[in-house]
Structures are given as structure tokens and as C-alpha cells.
Write a protein that binds this ligand. Sequence first.
Ligand code: ZN
Length: 406
Amino acid sequence: MRTPVVAVCVALSLCFAASASAATTQGGEPHTVKPEGGALDLISSSFGQRSRELEIVYRSAEPITPQLLAEVNGGQICTIFEQASLAARAVCVTRADGKWRIVSRGARVEGSVSQPRESELRLRFEPAEAKLKVGLADVYVKATAAGCSAQQAKAAKVTWSGAKIISAAVLALPCEHRLPRVGNYQARVWDVAVTGCRRSGAGQVSRGPSGKRVALTYDDGPSTYTPAFLRELRRLGVPATFFVIGQQVSANAALVRSILRSGSMVANHSWSHPDMGAGGAAASTQLREANAAVRRATGFTPCLFRPPYGSTGADLVSRANAQGMTSVLWSVDPLDWRTPGTGSIVSTVLRQASGGAIILSHDGGGPRSQTLAAMPQIVRTLKGRGYKFVTLTDLLGYPERIKLVK
Ligand code: ZN
């Protein structure tokens, strides 16, 4: 039942109605096998997607001790992934230097290993870390106890080598085990779509928490300058946050999508850039229509709003909050819209920037080549002072909302 329901949901783009937990967790039901005796005798394995991470769970009838998986003695439990057009790839857990370790093709895989009970190991890692791709995979598991001798393993193979099985009766304590004994299980690596972000804390902010992090923000786009801003950000290896004007989004939908895809953040700068400081129902309409335009273009709903001209008030802030957005001002303002010269933009930003800074600039609404030209020196100098550039949602600690898609 599960698969058809998901397929229909994706086809009709109606997934938003699904509960968040259902949308970010898939699979993970255990596949069980009968114990066959011997060391590291697994009785089940499971493969599920938990948010951005794959989760693999191994269970044994006996404790899975660090000694059994000692890397130095060849101990490991591997899941072998076979995906169309990719060479088979083993992702293995071992024990080395007093720590569990996930390894693939001799390289460490960033991730976590936990042992909720002695007889269970739980691995989590992002599929791309192990060079797995989105889509279906045939998988099987191979568990090898540390110190497993070639002779033992050879004998053991008779029990599980598929069609070649002749007799499973004879064997003494195999130290290699395959799950399933014959054939494969199916697993799926899901793609992750970011659908929004969740605000919390103060209704309006002008800086983030102190610490060695700062956020670049660009207002009044998307514009003809925006692609060059994205190229420069990519070259410098930093993200930014773009406060877009709603009525400019539909004509630049692909560009707005590429902002998100590049790791930068898209935020709301109203539908048509009026002075909204007095609040009122018209302000709510401005907010709603801008978010709707971004959502139509990208599937993503912003959780940050910057009031045009920085004109703000209690009513406007509460209206933004009611639509799931924090009102964001700034702590650094180089007045780049006055085109004061690249040098002036750079020196003002470098003078005013400190931990948690929110740096205001513009990628639309006028000639922006000075702002663009100022970016490399700002980024390199502040990096040199130990600052890390992050999106505003990262700076404020807002989690993203995601859904899994095929
Ligand atoms: Zn503006």
C-alpha cells in the first residue's frame, strides 16, 4: 500500500498535506533471518531514510562487541549497495581507536553510529557522503567477525552461496554471514526537497547571536545582477540570503530556484516594495503574495521578512510573525544603494562587522556593480578574521522544513 500512496502524492504535488514526520521518514522496516550460529550472527537488518540521512540498523542475537568488529582484525559489517549504472559500493562499520567508524572504499564516511542496546548497531549518514545516488538500490549485508579465518569463512560460504548450496548441515560456527542468505533486499535513497524553514524567538532582529558567524544579505532582486552575485558567491564558497521582491519572482523563477539550489537562502521583501511601517491589512497582503510567488517558483516558503526601507512597527512585526516570518533588519549598512564606490562599501562593512553581523546590501533596484565588486574583499578579509559566512536562517538557528521526494 505504501508505495502507490507516495507515488500519487508526488504526482499531484499534494505532499504538503502529509504530516511532517511521515514526509521525512521512509522505510526502515527490519528484514529478519533465522540465526545460523557462529560469531556476529545477525538476525535482522533495516534500511530507512530519516530526514537527510540513511539509517541502517543491524541486530544480532548476541552482543555486538567492539572486539567482534575490530578493524585491525578484519571485523566489519558491510551493506553492499548496487545501483543502476554505479559500481557496487560497500558501506561498512568497524571499530578502531575506541570508536565506531563508517567506511566506504577505504575512506571515512561522515555520520554517526549508536548502540541503543548491546545487540544493536545503528548507522546514520548522508547518502552523498558515501557516494550513493538518489533512487532504488539492491542491497545485501555481509558481516565478518574479527579474526575470522579464511578456512572458516570458506566453510561458511557453503551455507549462503545461493544456488550453490548443497548442505547447510555440516558447518561449525561460521564467522561470515550474509543477509539475505540468497539474493538482495530493496532500499531507496530519497531526494530531499527543502519546503520551508521554522522561525522562533524574537519577532524582529537586527543581528544574530555573537560568535564567529556573519550573514550577507542582498535586497531588491531578483535582477539582472543576481546571476553574477551567485557566481561570485560560488567562487568564494559562501552563501548569502536574498530578500526578493515578490512581483519580480515569476519572471525569474529559474533564477530564484538556483539561489536555493546553490545553498543560499530566499526571503521575503514584500510584493511591491511599499512603505509598510504602519502595518494594517494591506501589509498582510503584501507579505502573503510575496511568499506565494516564491512558493510557486520554488516549492519553498520563506520564514524571513525584511521591511522595505527598514520601515517597521509592532503591527507589521506581528503580521509577519503570524505568517511564520521573523522581521529582519541589519547591523551593518554600507549604503551601497547610493553607489559610494567599491572601496567605501568594503571599508564600511569591515569597520562595522562583528560576531552575529547581518550585512545589508542590494542585488537589485539600481546599478549594483560596486556592491558585486566589493564582495570578494569583504568575504576574504572577514574569513581572515575567523568569521564564517552563513545563511540568515543558519545564523538565527532556524531549522529547515523538508520532504522526501523520489
Ligand atoms: Zn528594498
